[in-house]
Each structure stands twice: as structure tokens, then as C-alpha cells.
Design a protein around this ligand. Sequence first.
Ligand code: PEP
Length: 259
Amino acid sequence: MRKFVIAGNWKMHKTLPQAVALASDMKEGLRTLEEIDIIICPPFIALDGVRDAVQGTKICIGAQNMHWEAEGAFTGEISPPMVQDLCTHVIIGHSERRSHFGEADTMVNRKVVAAIAHGLTPIVCVGETDDENRAGKTREVLDRQTTRALAGLSAQQAAAAIVAYEPVWAIGTGRAASPAEANETIGLVREVIGREFDAPTAAAIRILYGGSINPGVWPDIIAQPEVDGGLVGGASLFAEDFIALAVQTRAAYAASLRP
Ligand code: PEP
């Protein structure tokens, strides 16, 4: 059974004191939800403070990005060993990294490989743009992004990674994919993983949905059989909403375990 995940991507929001305050506000509400994996991904400068703020809970800390080299002359970048000191997870290939900072599939792959080499679980983002969706290219885009992002991994490494299907047209737009769309497209990504690796890997890997998740739409999406959790942007900046999403995720996980 795939353990469900709820992950919050705080993006470029919150100063250090604000981030610590938000994590402290979330801590109690999330403490008892240990059946699922809960990951919060604050900005780099707040990783240490947020990690301290949630100490004593099972909440995991993730980075939003990192370089693939262990060290070197890369001004402004953060390396895997730096991330590894503070985090268990790292988001790789978010569509905002791809579109604003030119991250291509090869770069995404280097980062995924580096994350695994440093004992970090990558949360690998894939997703088609609105234009690609309208042009009927969703399958082609997701096949390419998924295949290239996971290239060179062993089946065991791939199975332990997390993929997030985030349609670009749904991110920050208030227009989430329908439950059926999310289910079908995640099924497609799983199919690609089955072809590139094997059936057990496809059955084991967790694939999340991301894009305008809020507590109003989430129960119907997370109830879909292919959806193993969510990557949340905007709603993760509000303790009450993120806790509600985590509670809903735990309820869906419990329901999925019932025969
Ligand atoms: C995201 O950026 O990963 C995301 C899913 O954002 P939002 O929930 O705000 O659409």
C-alpha cells in the first residue's frame, strides 16, 4: 500500500520569523496525523528555523530546489550536502523553475540523481502547459518529462522517489483538475514508469496531484485510486487550510486501506 503524502510548497513567501510562526501554528494540528507523510517546504533561509519549530513531531522538511554539484563556484546556489543537513526531501523541476529559470529536463535529471545520491527523497514535478493540454499533447509531454527526469535510476531508486503531477494551467489559477482528470493523468504517468522500469516500481511509487488544491476540492481528488497525495502551494500558507488538507488526506488513506 502506498503511504499518502501531503506536502506544502511555501515558494518565495515568509520571512524567517513568519515561517517559524507558521510552522508553530501548524505543529499541533499535524502532530497526530502520523499515518501519512507530511512535508513542509519553506524557503532556504527558513529551513533551519522551521526544522527546530517542528521538532518532536514527524513532520518532514523539504527544500524547494537545489543544485546538483556538491560544491563549487555557483554563486547563489545551494548544494545537496547543504540541503541534506536540514531536509529529508527536495522539490525538483517545479514548473516555476522550468519556466522562470530555464530548467530543462537534463538539469532536472541531474538534480534528481544528486538528491538520491545524498539520501534525499526527490519530489519530481511534471506537468503540461495550457497550450500543450489544448493541443492534445499531455501524454507526450508527461512521457518525456517523466522518462528524462528518472533516467539512470535503478527501479529501487525510482520506487522510492515521489512524483508530483502538476498541470501548469492549474497552478495558482484556482482551476484545479477535476478528480477524473487527475486520476487519468496520474495513471498515465504510472504507465510510463511501468514501461521504463517495471510493474512493481509503478505500483510502489507515490504520485501526487498539485494545482489549486484547497479543502473544498481535495476530498474528491484524493479519493481517486491513482492519487497518492498532494503538493500544495497557496493553501499551504494558511495553517488552518493545510491542517484541513492533511486531515482529509489521512481520512482518504484510512478509507483506501478498508477492504
Ligand atoms: C505548486 O506551486 O506546487 C502549487 C500546487 O501551487 P497552488 O496550490 O497554489 O496551485
